[in-house]
Ligand binder design. Structure first.
Ligand code: ANZ
Ligand code: ZN
Length: 778
């Protein structure tokens, strides 16, 4: 059958259309038997469309979903958009459009791209966090947290991005490019725009994630996540076990309480340092600065007078905000002591002090965490309005649930001004409200929520989208029980202490409320790597963003998928090069020819046996099934593809004249299906005559018989002279008749016994066969 050149445009469009018409990826949420929820982190539609890095990671997730589907699972693969928040809004500022208008356009493009990439999403259950039908429930979530005492408003010194003109959570302040450590309130950069973040005193809403610090830490032991993400979460939670020690201050009633992880150094303490707001707000925070207060504290262990200094290197909100300075054992203290000429005393370390300090009543054990409460207010427009109302008499009251959603009004002056209040604060028609409790005139909160609140629960919403109860509750309990937690989550490691931390916290909270039956939303998470272009991470500012559209149009999505997956393992950092994709396109054409140029529905090369009688192609085929199956499970798609390529080489080299049995060509096609879904489907139908989709066909199983490496070499002699050797399975090598037959078939042997009579055959099991002829002397 010759179907001509591979026309990717026609074939890919044809199957994308058919799959949609057939509803191939739409599953019956209520009744399927083997649910498998395969989730890929939804994108921020904060650009015109997907770049090649998205194509890389989303293809990685799609391949796994296809593999699981062929393994008999009812795979649910939804897609949606994290469309509220700074990410999308900043992009709208750039294009000069209203965020809503911008999103209508970009979302359409994203969706088109996902479809063209051949991803198997169930588009009947898409969501966008900026839809009021969704954010109604984000607001509901806020209210649940408030009722549980986990959402509170307080005045604090908070991170403020001068460019985004809003406050940020600690997690959203990332270490400055040349700094090594993230310091909340220090010299970090805005996660979004890379501006240097400053500090501002503002009254803000917080979620009490710190109440979950221990559970967030402990839970890590129970989940199957990429190790580097667990390491990042542990470090961010930053559990420190130490002591709080009280120091009396000369002439004062109040003790000074110090948090230390090193009570064993108490004897070497020579000063006390407290945090100073004035000093820490100074521009150059790298240099240690101090001001002597003129006061002294007393070291309880030796009565030593310790000068009390105000410094810029003690963090006010960590521990007690006061430290004991031990220059002999602490580098930071040493630097400070040297600068201000403070004593340095080196006593031996004393582990017994932990007990003694408690016994003497000077202090007690204490645990501290670096994790801070999650700051969720944003002085921006494009987000879910915080559903709270302030009444002079009743203070903060949640909006009644029947009044949800608090709709985000359409306004023209939506740009942030940086006044410490969001754009909604200029709109009395929005903020004028009645107190939900007493009915008197009150004022609505005008800040909106952080984007990460929107994405903290989206995975629970997906399966319920479109269900009868979707308008009445955030998630249907029956559906949720069936589909959650997520079976497999695939996404970026850059969300280690952002989305991945927040979603775990919200999961634990909903569990505590009895609303869901699992604590961990993502028991299995794989952190994919990042695609690089010319040695650097793809980003618009660097101008090295690759748009997948042109590659899809020129080479086809199957070739692009193969190329992206062949670059390296999924957790690597592959560099995108134009040249590689051409090679992949040629490979696609080669496979196409192999299938379509054969005489009938059989592939060439099958049936060829090696000298030991093993079917070369068949054994390679079974080895390949094993390899591909195992590699897909560990996201080494690159080596899986390499194995398929090797198999194809063996098939092409095989010149036995006979052909690969139909059943084997089907297998090869199935192995290709997750990687090249369009071509595989086309071959499956037009060449192999199958009626239903290859993507729901059962994943091939290998026959272990073909994998056995237990083969031996048998030496063949004629009249005691070496005339050749054959390889065969150990088992067969014990069978004299079989060995004799094969040996006689060898050309070098048949030549030497031609015309002679065999007097005797000497056979040593598994080792040797010697034909003794009438001419022989032995
Ligand atoms: C004496 C000492 C001696 C210390 C020594 C360390 C080494 P982590 O692990 O981060 O919890 N510290 C305590 N509160 C602080 C604050 N608010 N700002 C800055 N530094 C603070 O570290 C706890 C240690 O960091 C504490 O133990 C304290 O210094 C300092 F050889 O006390 B240590
Ligand atoms: Zn009131």
């Amino acid at each position: 059958m010759n179907l001509g050149k591979y026309d990717h445009k026609k074939i890919e469009a044809k199957w994308q259309k058919k799959w949609e018409e057939q509803g191939l990826y739409i599953i019956d949420i209520d009744s399927v038997k083997k649910p498998f929820y395969n989730l890929y982190m939804f994108p921020y539609p904060s650009a015109e469309g997907l770049h090649a890095g998205h194509a890389f990671s989303s293809t990685g997730s799609d391949i796994y979903g296809r593999f699981m589907r062929m393994n008999g699972y009812d795979v649910f693969q939804p897609m949606g958009y994290d469309s509220f928040g700074i990410h999308a809004e900043n992009y709208a500022f750039k294009t000069g459009e209203h965020p809503k208008k911008m999103l209508d356009r970009t979302i359409e493009h994203f969706e088109d791209q996902f479809k063209k990439l051949g991803h198997g999403y169930d588009w009947t259950r898409k969501l966008a966090t900026s839809d009021s039908g969704y954010y109604k429930w984000t607001q509901w979530l806020f209210i649940q947290l408030f009722r549980a005492g986990l959402a509170y408003k307080k005045k604090a010194s908070v991170n403020f991005c001068p460019s985004c003109k809003t406050v940020l959570a600690d997690e959203q302040v990332i270490p400055a490019r040349n700094a090594t450590q993230s310091v909340a309130g220090g010299d970090g950069e805005c996660e979004r725009c890379q501006s240097k973040v400053g500090q501002k005193d503002l009254e803000q809403w917080f979620f009490k994630i710190t109440g979950y610090a221990d559970r967030l830490l402990g839970g890590l032991e129970k989940i199957d996540w990429s190790e580097r993400v667990k390491v990042a979460q542990r470090a961010w939670i930053g559990k420190s076990e130490g002591m709080i020690i009280a120091f009396t201050v000369e002439g004062e009633k109040e003790d000074l309480k110090v948090f230390t992880t090193r009570p064993d150094t108490l004897e070497s303490a020579t000063f006390i340092a407290t945090s100073s707001k004035d000093l820490s707000s100074l521009e150059d925070s790298k240099e240690k600065l101090g001001k002597f207060t003129g006061k002294y504290a007393i070291n309880p262990i030796n009565g030593r007078k310790l000068p009390i200094w105000e410094t810029n290197y003690v963090e006010g909100s960590y521990g007690t905000g006061v430290i004991m300075g031990v220059p002999a054992y602490d580098e930071r203290d040493m630097e400070f002591a040297k600068k201000y000429d403070i004593d340095i005393v080196t006593e031996e370390l004393n582990d017994n002090l932990w007990k003694r300090i408690e016994k003497e009543g000077w202090g007690k054990k204490d645990t501290n965490y670096h994790l801070r409460d999650w700051l969720v207010s944003r002085q921006r427009y494009w987000g879910a309005p915080i559903p709270m109302i302030y009444c002079d008499k009743c203070k903060w009251q949640p909006v009644l649930e029947k009044d949800l959603p608090v709709l985000l009004p359409e306004i023209k002056d939506y740009k942030p001004e940086g006044t410490g209040e969001g754009p909604l604060a200029n709109h009395p028609e929005f903020f004028t409200a009645r107190c939900p409790l007493c009915g008197s005139e009150a004022r609505r909160e005008t800040d909106v929520m952080d984007t990460f609140v929107d994405s903290s629960w989206y995975h629970i919403r997906y399966p319920s989208v479109g269900s009868k109860s979707a308008g009445k509750m955030p998630f249907d309990p029956v559906i949720t029980k069936k589909w959650l937690p997520v079976d497999f989550y695939f996404g970026g490691a850059e969300h280690s202490v952002l989305h991945l931390m927040y979603a775990r916290f919200i999961g634990m909270f909903l569990f505590d409320q009895g609303l869901i039956e699992f604590e961990e939303p993502y028991p299995r998470f794989f952190a994919h790597g990042l695609m690089i272009k010319d040695g650097a991470k793809m980003s618009k500012s660097r101008g090295n963003v690759v748009n997948p559209d042109e590659y899809i149009s020129k080479y086809g999505s199957d070739a692009l998928r193969l190329y992206l997956m062949f670059m390296g393992p999924m957790d690597g950092y592959p560099d995108f090069r134009d040249t590689g994709i051409e090679g992949m396109r040629r490979f696609v054409e080669r496979v196409w020819k192999l299938f379509t140029n054969s005489q009938d529905d059989r592939l060439p090369g099958g049936g060829r046996k090696d000298s030991s009688g093993v079917d070369v192609v068949k054994s390679k085929l079974h080895q390949t099934i094993k390899k591909v199956t195992e590699d897909i499970q560990v996201f080494k798609y690159n080596t899986a593809i390499a194995a398929i390529m090797e198999l194809i080489n063996v098939i092409s080299d095989a010149d036995g004249g006979s052909s690969l049995p139909r059943v084997s060509s089907k297998t090869l096609c199935q192995l290709l299906a997750p990687f090249t879904p369009h071509m595989a489907e086309e071959v499956w139908h037009t060449v192999l005559g199958q009626k239903s989709s290859i993507h729901t066909s059962p994943w091939p199983k290998y026959d272990p018989e073909y994998l056995k490496e237990d083969r031996v070499t048998i030496v063949i002699q004629v009249d005691g002279k070496l005339r050749g050797q054959i390889q065969m399975k150990t088992e067969n090598s014990k069978n004299k008749e079989a060995v004799e037959k094969l040996a006689k078939g060898e050309q070098s042997v048949s030549k030497n016994i031609a015309g002679k009579q065999i007097k005797k055959t000497v056979f040593v099991e598994g080792k040797l066969i010697n034909f003794v002829t009438t001419n022989g002397k032995s």
